[in-house]
Design a protein around this ligand. Structure first.
Ligand SMILES: [Zn+2]
Length: 511
């Protein structure tokens, strides 16, 4: 650990001391391989699967997980003993006394069946799906898997717009209406919508354990022993944009506003403090849905997310960020369609580094009181409204003219004032002041003020790369390795001190 990090942690009471989370990467690609689409399942590292686990997106589903388990059963080692095996052993010994061909078939079937049963066991334990956005490569597995009832009813979590998108799939025409807004009971009670609001923390429903029976028969509930809470931040994933009209072949607007942004969500997932395991604070990770860089967005909304990530990182409560990097640097910016590529991701991380540096100059209590939702352009929290965001750069710029030096310095020079609002406002102006659309491309390069000055400010942080779009000629892994090497060889990367990691499909990551 370098001196920067030591300085950071000396203010905090207990260090990260992980791992705290287990994440199975059911699908890590961004298409077109339908067997490897964005799909992740996590649980507390300290609790068994049957205590409840949570999915983030579900492009691929139980079939992909079962194939992953078949190729490496060790990823669910902690579940193997849950399988009764007597009937299969009986079949095997019968085969012994008959012919060897039958024995072989029986053995293979056992293997396949086991991996499918283990995958089903995990899907049965899912209490909620955190959906980042309703694009099919994040939803298809959920829809297809809903033809079977995997245990108790699960919550489908998202903003109003997210859930409206999912409703299209479950509208009865594309697929039967197997998701509902209210508890409907019976066979069709499988998926229930749960609307959340931007920046508003919520508890992820957990299981109510049935006394004396297996916990998987329990019902996910708000009142249950929930393990996780989440804070969702709205982010931009390109524009709804133009579509080709199938009849006229002309490009037509599907919406009146050509700049209408397609909403996606970045989730901060937080595990509560736990006296049984002797930690007093919360630990979290950040998972981004598909997202475009602020540098080229019509509605840049990434900075509040980085501010919140920086706050948790400096408090030593967060060490992993999962974020997409769909393309290599060869992809031109105008063809990114709401996604990231390595150079622009590193540019985003420069923003994170700048905020981390500012936050390291604050005291712990001061930092805890910062409300990062106020960092959103236009401010406000929980309104669900994006109105006013696009013009707010200019408002902040105007306010900035009244300051002769960085307003954050004013805030930091005053040790004992109530900081909950003032610090947020000061940091907001210091970080976002002066940025406007025209100067946004490569803005971190161009702003002497907006550049990190300490060495390796992101030391200790891992950036996990998701949503690699495969090339039909190269496949997902080759493109993924190229993206990773472009990230690592970026001249700014070494100075940031950040570590990049590319999770593979079927991998179980503990962190
Ligand atoms: Zn998408």
């Amino acid at each position: 650990m370098d001196s920067t990090n030591t300085q950071n942690t000396q203010n905090t009471h207990d260090a990260y001391a992980g791992p705290h989370f287990d994440m199975i990467c059911v699908g890590v690609g961004g298409g077109p391989d339908e067997g490897n689409l964005s799909s992740y399942i996590f649980k507390s590292h300290h609790q068994p699967w049957d205590d409840g686990c949570v999915a983030i997106d579900a492009g691929s589903g139980v079939g992909a997980l079962s194939r992953a388990i078949r190729s490496d059963i060790s990823i669910v080692d902690d579940l193997r003993e849950a399988l009764p095996g007597d009937e299969y052993e009986g079949a095997s010994s019968k085969a012994d006394s008959n012919d060897t061909a039958h024995k072989k078939v029986t053995a293979d079937t056992r293997h396949d069946t086991d991996s499918y049963r283990l995958a089903s066991r995990i899907y049965t334990s899912i209490t909620a799906y955190l959906i980042t956005h309703p694009h099919l490569d994040h939803l298809a597995g959920l829809v297809i898997n809903s033809s079977i009832k995997f245990g108790a009813c699960k919550r489908l979590v998202g903003f109003e717009k997210t859930l409206k998108g999912i409703e299209v799939a479950f509208g009865g025409l594309l697929w039967p209406a197997l998701a509902s807004w209210a508890s409907c009971g019976g066979l069709v009670e499988r998926l229930q919508y749960m609307q959340i609001e931007p920046f508003a923390q919520f508890d992820v429903p957990g299981y109510v354990h049935d006394a004396g029976s297996g916990s998987v028969s329990g019902t996910p509930s708000h009142t249950a022993n929930h393990t996780f809470s989440c804070t969702p931040f709205p982010i931009s994933h390109g524009t709804v944009g133009l579509v080709a009209d199938a009849r006229t072949r002309a490009a037509v607007q599907v919406e009146k506003d050509p700049n209408e942004v397609y909403d996606s969500i970045a989730y901060f997932v937080e595990k509560h403090s736990d006296s049984a395991h002797k930690w007093q604070k919360s630990f979290s990770f950040l998972f981004w849905g598909d997202v475009e860089p602020d540098a080229i967005s019509t509605l840049p909304r990434n900075k509040p997310v980085w501010a919140e990530a920086a706050r948790r990182f400096v408090l030593d409560e967060l060490r992993w960020v999962w974020i997409e990097c769909s393309y290599t640097n060869a992809r031109p910016n105008h063809l990114l369609f709401g996604h990231l590529k390595p150079d622009l991701l590193v540019d985003e991380l420069q923003t994170l580094a700048i905020i981390v540096e500012r936050f390291r100059r604050m005291g712990v209590e001061q930092l805890r009181s910062v409300n990062t939702s106020e960092f959103s352009v236009g401010g406000g929290s929980g309104s669900g409204s994006d109105q006013g965001y696009a013009n707010a750069d200019e408002d902040i710029t105007a306010a900035q003219h009244n300051h002769t030096h960085s307003p954050i310095d004013n805030a930091l020079d005053t040790p004992s004032h109530p900081l909950s609002h003032q610090a947020s406002q000061a940091v907001n102006k210091a970080l976002f002041g002066g940025l406007n659309h025209a100067s946004r491309t490569g803005y971190n390069e161009g702003f002497g003020v907006h550049r990190h000055t300490t060495s390796r400010p992101l030391q200790g942080l891992t950036i996990a790369i998701t949503h690699v779009k495969e090339d039909p000629m190269l496949g997902c892994d080759v493109v993924g390795e190229r993206i990773l090497s472009e990230l690592e060889s970026n001249p700014a990367t070494q100075n940031l001190g950040v570590r990049f990691y590319r999770p593979k499909q079927g991998e179980r990551v503990t962190f």
